[in-house]
Design a protein around this ligand. Structure first.
Ligand SMILES: *[C@@H]1O[C@H](CO)[C@@H](O)[C@H](O)[C@H]1NC(C)=O
Ligand SMILES: *[C@@H]1O[C@H](CO)[C@@H](O)[C@H](O)[C@H]1NC(C)=O
Ligand SMILES: *[C@@H]1O[C@H](CO)[C@@H](O)[C@H](O)[C@H]1NC(C)=O
Ligand SMILES: *[C@@H]1O[C@H](CO)[C@@H](O)[C@H](O)[C@H]1NC(C)=O
Ligand SMILES: *[C@@H]1O[C@H](CO)[C@@H](O)[C@H](O)[C@H]1NC(C)=O
Length: 614
């Protein structure tokens, strides 16, 4: 037994180093092989791609290639490929499939020919912008484009495309631009939402018809009804899809909670029999050797009674060790990520330490389960303190301000001082935990990358829980890109929650007729007099109104619609700290130094998945 676990841990340690090494040297082999095959599949008569030198293996080397934009300049992971007007010839390069995190592809003004691949949606899963205009593509527009559900812009102008435009392109939930001028297309145009695609985007084709073009002639009434029915269904599905994707984080959580209520809920724990001697790998010496069986004992076999929370990344159990130490064990939501990905994330997260972050103490991998061990936070979540099940919130202003400042500091540190910088992507009052002294600690950072690739859980969505949508930045429902400024927005809603005492999703103060969320409610209260009304009554009139207003202003800046206009987390922290100056709860020696403020817009991550699919 003991030998077994030693072998296991030796294996773990060995693979750690291999992985970390591999992540640097060959972690994104797929994107490299993608570009290699693009280069070899295309003819490049003017030698525009000569800078694509695959022998120079410096870190992020492909990011300097002509036309290649990476997610991050030091990581060989392609964000956009822009190969416009280079005289390129050949068929659509299928090897592009390996650029699995790519969101933009521009092949316009070249001489690519033959058909656009029928299975293009499997080659470009996450594409938001696709420009194939001004080439020599022939054949039909593939119907599978309707499965590229993140498409915002689709340009196919100036080719020799024939046949009908697939009707269910109108079901693309995010489509903003669609243009097919100067082709040989015929038949009815898709039933797009009114005003989305103007008539000129269909100009110069062989025979297109239907709104906004002249009505189609010589069609039987039957097929017209079919089109109308398809349009109606299409509209509904598109709306559902759009929202469903926007909210899939939250929906996952709900569906998960339902699973836990199932009497068979912890069947998974029983299925771990035989792996109980699996060692829990610890980052800190504080808690010495532990096995899975110790965790099981400490959580009462992961009993439902030990559940203290559930978030979109998984369920949290309270664990009490024989010596009285209490811990939190998070069971990650089933993850399709490989052991390799998991281990390398753990290697990073184990080193992320800050006073305002919940420390990850260790982790355990047993069969398909991934368990994370954290220090327990005795005062629970900020959410539960602000919105107690019974009675009213008793948190006074200095306490709320202290929590805001500490949480801002933790998040600013993740954004600006941590290496690699971490986008949290799920900030809410539920992930801000409070220790024995009510010092705030942010939890759940870094886990989003371990989540499953997209699964929209439409059915759950349709059952209707609009859940925590109140925290999500408006741009997230339109693009797939998680940004630092998206976190700032979510943090702003937490600040609003602190100063108004309202929930972000439902405003108790508002009249019944008001159906919006907290941010929308605040933005309606234009005058200062009205703004005064939104502040939590228990806070006003205590001589701190000036601070309350300053605080509210910071919050409102964070939730402005345009990401660029939002402050950085470092600025938010500085502003809040200035408001809290007179209370002496900041210790000067802890002021963080921003490592690199300024290029925030370059720090982005694909929301749906780290790698698309493995
Ligand atoms: C994708 O990349 C892998 C290696 O990274 C390679 O084996 C595979 O053939 C590539 N697929 C395509 C379609 O080029
Ligand atoms: C590799 O690429 C880097 C950055 O473009 C460049 O500075 C370096 O000289 C190249 N090395 C070789 C051996 O070509
Ligand atoms: C689109 O995706 C669905 C579900 O994955 C699949 O059943 C369907 O065949 C796809 N349609 C096309 C045209 O590829
Ligand atoms: C397109 O519509 C047809 C029926 O009109 C349907 O069978 C097919 O699955 C749809 N494809 C997509 C990608 O939605
Ligand atoms: C349509 O074709 C005509 C003649 O080739 C050209 O002048 C016009 O610009 C084209 N219209 C569009 C919208 O491309």
């Amino acid at each position: 037994m003991v030998e077994g676990s030693q072998i296991f841990s030796a294996h773990v340690i060995a693979s750690f180093f291999l992985l970390i090494l591999c992540d640097i040297v060959c972690g994104t082999d797929n994107d490299i092989s993608c570009l290699k095959s693009v280069k070899s599949e295309l003819q490049d008569p003017y030698n525009y791609l000569h800078s694509w030198d695959f022998d120079n293996r410096t870190e992020g080397y492909i990011c300097k290639f002509t036309g290649v934009e990476c997610w991050h300049p030091d990581e060989n992971r392609v964000l956009n490929l822009k190969l416009s007007n280079m005289g390129l010839k050949g068929e659509f390069p299928r090897g592009i499939k390996n650029c699995s995190s790519m969101t933009g592809l521009d092949f316009s003004f070249n001489s690519l020919s033959q058909a656009i691949p029928a299975d293009i949606s499997t080659l470009l899963t996450f594409v938001t912008s696709l420009d194939l205009s001004s080439n020599d593509f022939t054949g039909e527009i593939p119907a599978s484009l309707a499965n590229c559900s993140y498409l915002n812009n689709l340009r196919l102008d100036q080719n020799q495309l024939t046949g009908q435009i697939p009707a269910n392109l109108s079901q693309l939930p995010r489509l903003k631009l669609f243009s097919v001028t100067n082709n040989l297309l015929t038949g009815p145009v898709p039933p797009f939402k009114k005003g989305l695609v103007p008539a000129e985007n269909y100009a110069n084709n062989s025979g297109l018809c239907g709104f906004p073009l002249p009505v189609c002639q010589a069609k039987s009434a039957k097929s017209n009804t079919a089109v109308i029915a398809a349009a109606a269904v299409g509209g509904v599905t598109a709306a559902a899809l759009g929202l469903g994707i926007g909210m899939f984080f939250y929906v996952r959580r709900i569906s998960y909670r339902k699973k836990e209520e199932d009497p068979e809920g912890n069947k998974w724990a029983r299925s771990l029999k035989g792996t109980k001697t699996t060692k829990v790998s610890m980052f800190e010496k504080a808690i010495s050797k532990m096995n899975l069986s110790d965790l099981m004992k400490a959580t009462n076999n992961f009993s439902k009674n030990n559940i203290i929370g559930s978030g979109r990344s998984g369920t949290v159990y309270k664990a009490v060790l024989p010596d009285g130490t209490s811990l939190m064990v998070k069971r990650l939501q089933e993850s399709q990520h490989s052991e390799k990905d998991f281990m390398s994330e753990m290697a990073i997260l184990g080193n992320v330490k800050h006073r305002n972050l919940v420390p990850l103490l260790g982790f355990c991998l047993a069969k398909r389960e991934r368990l994370l061990v954290y220090k327990n936070m005795p005062n629970g979540t900020l959410h539960d303190q602000l919105h107690p099940d019974a009675g009213v919130c008793t948190m006074d202003w200095p306490l709320r301000l202290k929590i805001a400042i500490g949480a801002a500091k933790g998040l600013a540190w993740l954004h600006h001082s941590c290496n690699p910088r971490i986008i949290h992507r799920n900030i809410s009052s539920k992930c801000i935990l409070l220790d024995i002294d009510f010092e705030p600690k942010i939890s759940d950072f870094g886990l989003a990358r371990l989540m499953n690739p997209i699964d929209t859980h439409l059915s759950t969505f349709v059952n209707g829980e609009f859940g925590d949508l109140g925290y999500v930045a408006p741009e997230y429902t339109k693009t797939l890109v998680a940004t630092l400024k998206g976190d700032v927005y979510s943090f702003g809603t937490v600040l609003l929650e602190l100063v108004t005492g309202e929930r972000p999703t439902h405003v108790a103060e508002a009249p019944e007729t008001f159906k919006g969320n907290l941010v929308e409610w605040i933005s309606q209260q234009s005058s200062n007099a009205k703004l005064h009304d939104v502040i939590d009554e228990s806070l006003v009139g205590n001589g701190v109104d000036q601070e309350l207003f300053q605080f509210l202003k910071v919050a409102c800046n964070c939730v402005t619609e345009m990401p660029k206009e939002r402050p950085t987390m470092f600025e938010v922290y500085q502003l809040l700290r200035a408001i809290g100056m007179s209370y002496n709860f900041t210790t000067e020696d802890e002021i963080m130094l921003p490592v690199d403020i300024g290029d925030d817009d370059n720090i982005v991550e694909l929301i749906v998945a780290r790698d698309g699919h493995d």
